[in-house]
Design a protein around this ligand. Structure first.
Ligand SMILES: C[S@@+](CC[C@H](N)C(=O)[O-])C[C@H]1O[C@@H](n2cnc3c(N)ncnc32)[C@H](O)[C@@H]1O
Length: 359
């Protein structure tokens, strides 16, 4: 495996400095998020290069001087807040992106609302192979996907914003590729709220779509498809794909799995793909849209993907992750499928794997 991340030779002093950044990372994360939430970053931006003192921010926001000073000092330590020549506080370029970049905001909200509390149980999750952090939302669920429709509104909103932000960017390019062969039938496996199903129904006026998800989650998709006016061409099919006796509709043109296989461990992925291989025809295509950390254009994308794996470990399933493409290709092979084509760089960070049944 080639190194993706810079491996710089550091002095002992530099190394201990980096180690402290990691040791304090959870606290700094909360300090910066709190500054964003309370309007401190916005105050800094409004005062531009001339800057503002802590008292000015405290008065404008009705916060204590103590609280504002504590947060600004933390912000200075991590490069979000700067001091100008008049010793006034200003917003750094990093702070600007924390305030305005949609991806950064979505990642931060997701890490706070969905992951933060449960991440405390990461060690337990690693030892048990179960999503031990999920207990912060209730003890009754095996996976986050069973819990999803029942989670508090803010947690759900942050989860959906994160999920949609990435897949939304890849859908337009993927639709063009998969509809080039004029498919008549498609099954959207792990349809979630039905976003792709609706886009596909809009893209092609003749295609018939089956959408599959866990029964509770499927209710959202059914409602959205009905509101979009596509119920006549869309058939909902509620099932738990971890149940090995569950089977897909046979002989369809396209089996579509977007950001879906990363929800499962490798043995489960092979089982799901095998069940598809058993019922597909030689002219059917399995399309897998995934975010593989080894196929990214930017180190930052690989960094974000690799660390999203920790959500799968502690919160979602205990055995799934953002895979290296080699791991997915091994599963494809083991299931009796063969790769026809892999197309990289769809949207922000996706690869589309087109697979056929192995003759
Ligand atoms: C990460 S979301 C992907 C949503 C969408 N396909 C996309 O591209 O954004 C995974 C979806 O798979 C569904 N899912 C997870 N485990 C499942 C299972 N065991 N059986 C059926 N669906 C499942 C979840 O409910 C969720 O809607």
């Amino acid at each position: 495996m080639k190194p993706i991340f810079k491996q710089t030779k550091l002095s002992a002093y530099e190394a201990i400095d980096e180690a402290q950044k990691i040791a304090f990372a959870p606290l700094i994360f909360q300090a910066v998020r709190t500054m964003r939430e309370l309007g401190i970053l916005e105050q800094l931006e409004q005062h531009k290069a001339q800057g503002v003192d802590a008292q000015g921010i405290a008065e404008a926001l009705g916060l204590s001087l103590y609280g504002v000073e504590t947060l600004l000092e933390s912000g200075m330590s991590c490069g979000v807040v700067e001091l100008n020549d008049e010793e006034k506080f200003t917003l750094s370029k990093v702070g600007y992106y924390l305030l305005h970049d949609p991806m950064t905001r979505i990642n931060m909200d997701y890490n706070h609302d969905v992951c933060y509390q449960g991440m405390f149980y990461l060690d337990e999750a690693i030892k048990s192979g179960r999503p031990s952090g999920l207990k912060v939302f209730g003890e009754q669920w095996e996976t986050l996907y069973q819990a999803l429709p029942h989670l508090p509104e803010q947690v759900k909103n942050s989860w959906y914003a994160f999920d949609h932000f990435y897949s939304d960017t890849a859908y337009p390019a993927a639709l063009k590729l998969i509809f080039a062969a004029k498919p008549k039938t498609l099954v959207d496996i792990g349809t979630n709220v039905g976003k792709f199903t609706i886009l596909a129904a809009q893209y092609d006026a003749d295609v018939h779509i089956t959408m599959v998800d866990l029964p509770d989650q499927l209710q959202n998709a059914i409602r959205n498809v009905s509101e979009a006016g596509f119920s006549e061409r869309v058939t909902p099919l509620g099932m738990d794909l971890l149940d090995e006796s569950s089977h897909f509709p046979p002989g369809l043109d396209i089996y579509w799995l977007s950001q879906f296989l990363s929800c499962f461990g490798k043995a489960e992925i092979i089982s799901i793909l095998k069940r598809i291989a058993q019922i597909m025809e030689s002219n059917s295509t399995v399309y897998i849209l995934e975010t593989c950390w080894d196929r990214q254009q930017h180190e930052t994308s690989s960094y974000s993907l690799i660390n999203t794996s920790l959500y799968f470990t502690a919160m979602a399933s205990g055995n799934s992750k953002m895979y290296h493409s080699r791991e997915l290709l091994e599963c494809i092979e083991a299931a009796g499928l063969e790769l026809e084509k892999a197309t990289d760089n769809l949207g922000l960070c996706h690869t589309l794997f087109a697979c056929k049944k192995r003759p």
